[in-house]
Design a protein around this ligand. Structure first.
Ligand SMILES: Cc1cc2nc3c(=O)[nH]c(=O)nc-3n(C[C@H](O)[C@H](O)[C@H](O)COP(=O)(O)OP(=O)(O)OC[C@H]3O[C@@H](n4cnc5c(N)ncnc54)[C@H](O)[C@@H]3O)c2cc1C
Length: 365
């Protein structure tokens, strides 16, 4: 029986490519016929770049721009450092389109349908009921009934994003850097993307939004006053520009268990605090590792894969959570920035600590 990959984001497409190349003839299901433009910072880390190369997906051919530096704005003067290796800036529409094309070219069968609920061995969709040989749950930010992720935070975090095009001055200011602006209650990440666009993405606690009366434009205005460097970037956002948002991101979630035949991938396997810019890398790595485990051991391999993957991501997820916590709080942030200025090698070390490594069991089918 064909395995079913549920969700054609980075995790699902990576799994579908490896399954198809391994002769497992997967079905790749997504509710959208055209890949959307998922709310995301749009920064692809050097680990993501390597994963894409391994999958044969040409991100630079899709228009990605090279990103070679981190520019960090915290509580004192900005800190700038070279990334350990170059990353890329690319919209999720462009990335997901390239991945989906690669999965179909490898032999995955595309199916457009909306999954309603999932149980081990069974998926109910709008079109009917399926009992595939194995399920690869890759619905990402969206939980499917039957497989909820626990909500961990007292003050949940929401993501929001605005994409600006045709603003040469903002493109010049950002240059080849990914910018991180950290402030009490959240952070903003800014990076250039294909076709001259600039992506401004934020993760903020709901209490911050409540303080702005629930109005995202008012929140931007408050942040601009309190963080002048961020304010200079936000000045480029037109007053009526649509700001997209997504609620209650379960940062820190790691799936440690699953049933036989049910592989959890991507954000359904682990959610790393997004300021690390490593979520897509985790998604691709999980897809490659789960498909490889299935090709080696069949549906029964799922529980062992999930435990092993949970151990693999524990360090980067913990490191990213710690970095965010330190940079958010003024008293810790000021000390951390002084230390980072004294010992410049600490910054690349911190950037590497929040990457997911790639041991041989991930890639060997
Ligand atoms: C604010 C914010 C900023 C971020 N910035 C970055 C960044 O700069 N760099 C980075 O690497 N990561 C970043 N991330 C993380 C990254 O976006 C995720 O980790 C990544 O998208 C996970 O990929 P995925 O394939 O698991 O899920 P998704 O990308 O969410 O894809 C899921 C797919 O499943 C489909 N789907 C969902 N439900 C159903 C259903 N019921 N039936 C059928 N199909 C369904 C969707 O249509 C979609 O195509 C950020 C996250 C947030 C919240």
């Amino acid at each position: 029986m064909r395995p079913l990959v549920l969700g054609a984001g980075p995790a699902g497409c990576a799994a579908a490519i490896v399954l198809a190349r391994g002769g497992a003839a997967p079905v790749l299901m997504d509710r959208s016929r055209t890949p959307g433009d998922a709310l995301c910072g749009g920064f692809l880390s050097w680990r993501t770049v390597r994963n894409l190369q391994a999958l044969g997906v040409d991100a630079e051919g899709a228009g990605a721009v090279r990103v070679t530096r981190l520019r960090y704005f915290g509580h004192g003067e900005p800190i700038e450092a070279a990334l350990p290796e170059p990353g890329l800036g690319l919209s999720r529409h462009a990335l997901d389109s390239a991945l989906r094309r690669a999965a179909i070219a490898a032999g995955a069968q595309e199916r457009i349908d909306h999954a309603l609920d999932v149980a081990p061995g069974r998926v109910r969709t709008r079109a009917g009921e399926h009992t595939p040989g194995a399920i690869f749950l890759a619905s990402g930010k969206h939980d499917v009934r039957g497989q909820p992720r626990p909500r961990l935070a007292d003050d949940p975090v929401l993501g929001c994003r605005v994409r600006l095009c045709g603003d040469p001055e903002l493109q010049r200011v950002i240059g080849d850097a990914v910018e991180l602006h950290c402030f009490a209650g959240g952070y903003a990440g800014i990076v250039r993307q294909e076709n001259g666009t600039v992506n401004i993405c934020m993760a903020v606690h709901k209490s911050r939004l409540a303080g702005a009366g629930g109005d995202l434009h008012r929140l931007f205005a408050q942040l601009a006053v309190q963080n002048p460097q961020l304010g200079r970037r936000l000045d480029h956002v037109p007053a009526h520009e649509a700001i997209q948002s997504i609620g209650a991101v379960p940062y820190g979630f790691i799936a440690r268990e699953t049933s036989c035949g049910l592989f959890r991938l991507g954000d359904q396997a682990a959610v790393i605090p997004s300021l690390a810019g490593e979520g897509v890398s985790i998604a691709l790595t999980s897809g490659i590792a789960a498909a490889s485990a299935y090709l080696r051991g069949g549906p029964e391999a799922a529980p062992a894969f999930q435990r092993r993957f949970a151990r693999l991501v524990r360090r980067p997820v913990g490191a990213a959570a710690l970095l965010w916590r330190v940079s958010e709080l003024r008293e810790h942030g000021v000390v951390a920035e002084r230390v980072a200025r004294l010992f410049p090698w600490l910054l690349p070390m911190a950037m590497n600590a929040s990457r997911v490594s790639q041991p041989s069991w991930v890639t060997q089918p």
